[in-house]
Design a protein around this ligand. Structure first.
Ligand code: FES
Length: 483
């Protein structure tokens, strides 16, 4: 009997990004049925993986977690009740499989009796044929199934995964993510960088209402918002109050840059991190009840007292309440205020988000991220978003800097070390915008199947855009932001 696995779980089992699994499917190397992978097919395509030894996979995960600093280990275990329900669901599946086996056993014994009857009443030829058939059956039943050991280990590992996390598929967008630890569906989606529609995040506004298409969810936080009975009967529930017990399919709205309402939030300074060469990373914390809804690549207006400035968010929307912006030392009021008086807990008013320099979520092509000086801020956010969604086949980061320096060079190198499909190339800007653009494009003679996200001054973007078109870039693949 076949056992089918969803793509995201397959990716986790083999320790590869989902985009790599998709690449194998598109290349015809891995076949699927209804978007699922047969366990035997998985064993065939990955003959070298020892499922019982997932040390390497765990190591990569750990490096990734350290590099992004976004997952806290205590969050890994589900709540006791959720754990009990997941075990119960798995127990039901094992019980059904065992019942089926007992049934097969009975059918086989019945068939054995019938064969004996046929042998008793037939001639010598019939007796020979029946004896041959019975011997063959015995041999086949006693033989270990093909790749039994690896298949058992794979099933065991998959069962543990299903106890620890549930997979969620969103319709109609097709996004997938895992719910882990004590997370609600909303928290898990945001952590995965998927911009679902929501408002208060504590059960009052009803903005996060979704519909359960299949699977089981469980309420983990009470909510005051009242869902109408007909909606309830149709599967409506609140993403901020429920978690997933089994793998689920839900119908929910994923928003784009223009759907996010302007928000006004009073954040607090968590830290001001001096990064050298006149750049500071300002870390802000949003209130628990009023997180900032934004997409990677957008910017916000910040103000302290009378001083105001517009800054790109450098952190990922998946980082919960943490907001990071990069402030350049200059004569403007906000910058002076941050550099002269970097006090913790200072209230900073935030209005936004603004801008449409955001990730195209439906593209799976390789991506070139290109930053000029502190144009790195939106690029950093976009890269982390792309990583958490695992949407790009491969990522290249070119960062041209001089005055401000490559002020988060270590982070970029950590990404390149942790991910097989990530290339980081720091560059100097001394040769000028045109020469830097040409040097980058020289690495990519064919840009037909590529997306470019570039942030920098207009002369640099112009040179890059013109050159990229000559290398075959489609106009739809170009995303430039003048900084
Ligand atoms: S976000 Fe307001 S009820 Fe869920």
């Amino acid at each position: 009997m076949s056992h089918y696995l969803p793509l995201s779980r397959v990716a986790r089992l083999v320790g590869q990004p989902r985009s790599e699994i998709q690449r194998l499917i598109h290349a015809g190397s891995l076949s699927t049925f209804d978007g699922m992978v047969d366990m035997n097919e998985l064993l065939r395509v990955f003959p070298d993986i020892r499922w019982e030894d997932d040390g390497e996979f765990r190591r990569v995960q750990e490096i990734k977690e350290k590099a992004f600093g976004k997952r806290v280990y205590e969050r890994a275990l589900p709540d006791k009740e959720v754990l009990a329900e997941r075990l119960f669901e798995l127990g039901k599946e094992f019980a059904a499989a065992k019942t089926l086996l007992l049934h097969y056993h009975e059918v086989l014994s019945f068939m054995g009796d019938k064969l004996n009857d046929v042998a008793d009443t037939g001639g010598v030829a019939t007796l020979d044929a029946v004896t041959g058939l019975k011997q063959w059956l015995k041999r086949e039943l006693n033989a270990a199934p093909k790749e039994a050991e690896r298949a058992e280990a794979l099933l065991a590992q998959e069962s543990v995964m299903r106890i620890m996390s549930a997979q969620v598929t969103i319709q109609p967008s097709g996004h997938e993510f895992f719910v882990e630890g004590n997370d609600t569906l909303l928290e898990a989606a945001l952590r995965a960088g998927i911009p679902l529609n929501y408002g208060c995040s504590n059960g009052n506004c009803g903005e996060c209402k979704a519909r359960l298409v299949s699977g089981q969810v469980k309420k983990v936080h009470p909510h005051d918002f009242v869902i109408r009975e007909p909606d309830k009967a149709n599967g409506a529930f609140l993403l901020c109050s429920y978690t997933a017990i089994t793998d689920v399919v839900i119908e929910a709205r994923v928003y784009g840059a223009n759907d996010i309402p302007e928000q006004g939030i009073t954040t607090k300074v968590k830290a001001v991190e001096m990064l050298g060469n006149g750049i500071a990373a300002l870390h802000l914390t949003a209130p628990r009840s009023q997180r900032l809804r934004f997409l990677a690549g957008q910017h916000v207006t910040l103000s302290v007292d009378d001083a105001e400035g517009e800054y790109y968010v450098a952190s990922c929307p998946c980082e919960d309440r943490h907001i990071e912006v990069h402030v350049r030392r200059d004569n403007r009021g906000f910058s002076r205020r941050i550099f002269d008086n970097p006090r913790k807990e200072t209230p900073v008013r935030l209005e936004g988000p603004h801008g449409e320099f955001v990730m195209k979520l439906d593209s799976r092509r390789p991506v070139l991220f290109i930053a000029w000086e502190d144009g790195f801020a939106p690029i950093k956010s976009l890269i982390q978003h792309a990583m958490s969604l695992e949407i790009a086949e491969a990522m290249y980061l070119y960062w041209a800097a001089d005055d401000v320096g490559h002020y988060q060079d270590n982070l970029c190198r950590a990404w390149a070390d942790a991910l097989d499909d990530f290339v980081y190339q720091p560059m100097q800007i001394a040769s000028g915008a045109k020469a830097v653009a040409e040097a980058i494009l020289a690495h990519h003679p064919d840009l037909q199947r590529v997306d470019i996200y570039a942030a920098g001054p207009s002369d640099f973007l112009d040179a890059l855009y013109r050159g990229a078109l000559l290398h075959g870039l489609s106009e739809l693949g170009w995303h430039g932001e003048v900084i």
